[in-house]
Every structure is written in C-alpha cells, then in structure tokens.
Design a protein around this ligand. Structure first.
Ligand SMILES: Cc1cc2nc3c(=O)[nH]c(=O)nc-3n(C[C@H](O)[C@H](O)[C@H](O)COP(=O)(O)OP(=O)(O)OC[C@H]3O[C@@H](n4cnc5c(N)ncnc54)[C@H](O)[C@@H]3O)c2cc1C
Length: 304
C-alpha cells in the first residue's frame, strides 16, 4: 500500500493536498468533484485525475470507494470542508479506517502517518500517529501547493445514483463571496446592533478592497449575512493578510477560523475583550464612533 488519493473541489485544494503528500512514495491519484470537475487546469496536474460531476457526499463516498479499491492508497487526503468532512468521515467509518483532522504537518513513518494537528480550538498542538490506510483532512493554506504543470490523464468517474426521490430544492442564501482567497477581511460581530448598521463595515471593506465575513451569531442566528460569510471552527477558516474584527469578542471558536491571518486588528469598546489578547493591533472604541471617522479618513486619502 502506497501513494495517495487526493479528494478536492477546487484546484487550489488539490494542489495543496498534492503538496502535503509530495514526499510520499507511490502513485498519486486525484478525485476532483463539484466545481473542480469543470476546471480545465485538471489536465495540467501531472497525475491521474478522475472527475465526478457531483458534490453530494454520498456520491463522493462511492467514488472514493471505487478509487480506494483500485489504487489502495495509504492516504486519502483533502481540505477540511463541509463535503469532505461529511463524505470522508463516513467512508472512514464504513471501512474502519482511522482519520485525522485539522492537520498542519504530515509525514509517513513505515506504515504509519505521523502528523501535527491543532485542538482546543487550535490553542494546542498534538503530535499523533495512526496506521495506514488513513483519511487525513488538512487545514487550508498551510501546505505549499504543487505549482508544477505537466499533462494529466483525466477521466470521468460514474457512481450509481441513489434511489431517492428529490421533491424540492430550496436555495441556500449564499453571497458568492470567496473569503478563502481574500487578502483583507472585515469581520463583523454582535457589536453591530442592527442589520442596516453593517453598511459601515461594507463601506470600510469597499475602501480597503476587502471582503466582509462574520461571527457565527451574525450569519447563523440573526441571518444578517449569508452562511458563506461565517468564520470560525464551524464556519470557514480564512488566512488573509489582514483581518479586521469589529465588535467581535474573540471566542475561541471564532479565533480558530482566523488564526492563520498575518495581521489581526480588533476594534472593540470593551478593553478587556478576549480578542485583544490575540490581536496584533487593538482599537478600544465604540464602532459607531470610530468607523465613520476611519471611513472619512480613508475617503479623504483616496481623493488625494
Ligand atoms: C460548538 C460551537 C461552535 C461555534 N462555532 C463558531 C464559529 O464557527 N464562529 C463563531 O464566530 N462563533 C462560533 N461559536 C460561537 C462563539 O462561541 C461565540 O458565541 C461567538 O463567536 C460570539 O460572536 P461575537 O463575538 O460576534 O459576539 P459577542 O461574544 O456577543 O461579542 C460582541 C462584542 O462586541 C463588542 N461590542 C458591543 N458593542 C460594541 C460597539 N458599539 N463597538 C465596539 N464593540 C462593541 C462587545 O464588547 C463584545 O466583545 C460556536 C460556539 C459553539 C458552542
């Protein structure tokens, strides 16, 4: 048993997972599903690629099963995303295969995978070892992507459809914003008192060329922003150059999603808010007083 099966729904994810297993011996095979299956860059990955025209976890499981049977990889690897988590944990459970998540370093020692992972909302790091074959879910933007381009054999993979009758499809409220690739993110939290007040954050984001993300209550409880703006341990993990947290207390579940930011700036009216312990720069101020001044200054600077 050697090699790796890379499972992903974006080219960046696939390249990073290939980077994570670059030192591993044996054949590397890619299962590209969902959006990645339509990407022309698949033909330049330099490894065998199977594309699956579905993002449904049940279909991913079936495709992984087929490829696992065929190639017998030591590692099945992808980013920690909702679909990967759902499909690969199910696959691991079904086949009694060990699984590691939140992985930030990875190696092989004999027939074991050795890795580091964050736990306690990324406030501690564990070094662990599990036997192969193993499912490994890696954090985004931690492993250097494989950038080399070489032609690849791309084939479609077909899975048996479930005999489920689809009665209705309800569209999810999504903004289409891509927080994962954003260089600057303005994060909004419960410090904002009403939905309309988020305009202050959107104005700031526009001036900075930033995207707007949110703490869980804003996206999940109040539904002031779509679900894809939700940052944190149960939302998205982001790694911008600059994260500006406004009216966010800094709960560990939120901070786990932003810990890979290069610089964190916190704006909070409570000087003892936990976020100040993790921020590089802190502004103790009422956002309703501070943001209009900051926006005005940035507008003036833009005019010059
Ligand atoms: C299993 C589990 C998973 C979770 N996953 C996530 C997750 O993925 N992401 C996430 O974000 N949370 C998550 N949470 C929730 C998390 O624990 C916190 O409750 C949440 O992050 C708090 O959001 P907040 O900082 O916006 O609100 P609060 O904690 O209420 O903080 C609001 C902050 O705004 C400040 N403020 C108030 N008014 C102003 C003002 N006028 N000007 C400036 N500052 C002001 C306050 O001082 C306060 O610090 C999870 C919780 C659990 C139990």
């Amino acid at each position: 048993m050697a090699g790796a099966l890379i499972v992903g729904s974006s080219i960046q994810e696939i390249r990073e997972a290939l980077g994570a297993v670059s030192s591993l011996e044996g054949e590397k095979v890619v299962l590209a599903y969902g959006k990645a299956a339509e990407n022309e860059a698949l033909s330049k990955l330099g490894v065998k690629v199977y594309k699956l025209n579905s993002s449904h976890p049940d279909h991913i499981v079936k495709a992984v099963e087929q490829l696992f049977e065929k190639f017998k990889p030591s590692i099945i690897i992808g980013w920690i995303t909702k679909n990967n988590r759902a499909a690969l944990s199910y696959f691991a459970g079904l086949h009694d295969i060990p699984m590691a998540t939140d992985v930030t370093e990875l190696g092989i020692e004999g027939d074991h995978v050795v890795y580091k992972r964050g736990f306690l909302s990324e406030r501690a790091i564990a070094r662990e070892k599990i036997p192969t074959p193993a499912v490994v879910l890696i954090n985004q933007k931690v492993f250097a992507p494989v950038e080399a381009e070489a032609s690849a054999q791309v084939e479609e993979i077909h899975v048996e459809e479930e005999k489920v009758v689809l009665k209705e499809v309800k569209p999810k409220m999504l903004s289409g914003i891509n927080l994962e690739d954003a260089e600057i993110i303005v994060g909004v939290g419960r410090g904002f008192k009403k939905k309309e007040d988020l305009q202050l954050a959107f104005k700031l984001a526009e001036l900075l060329g930033a995207q707007v993300g949110a703490s869980r209550p804003i996206a999940a409880d109040y539904k002031w922003l779509p679900e894809d703006a939700w940052i944190g341990i149960s939302g998205k993990r982001v790694a911008p150059k600059l994260y500006i947290a406004i009216g966010i207390s800094g709960a560990p579940q939120h901070m786990a999603g932003v810990m890979n930011s290069k610089i964190i700036v916190a704006i909070n009216k409570d000087k003892s808010a936990p976020i100040f312990k993790q921020a590089d720069y802190g502004v103790v101020a009422d956002l309703y007083q501070f943001l209009p001044v900051l926006i005005k200054k940035l507008e003036e600077r833009k005019k010059k």
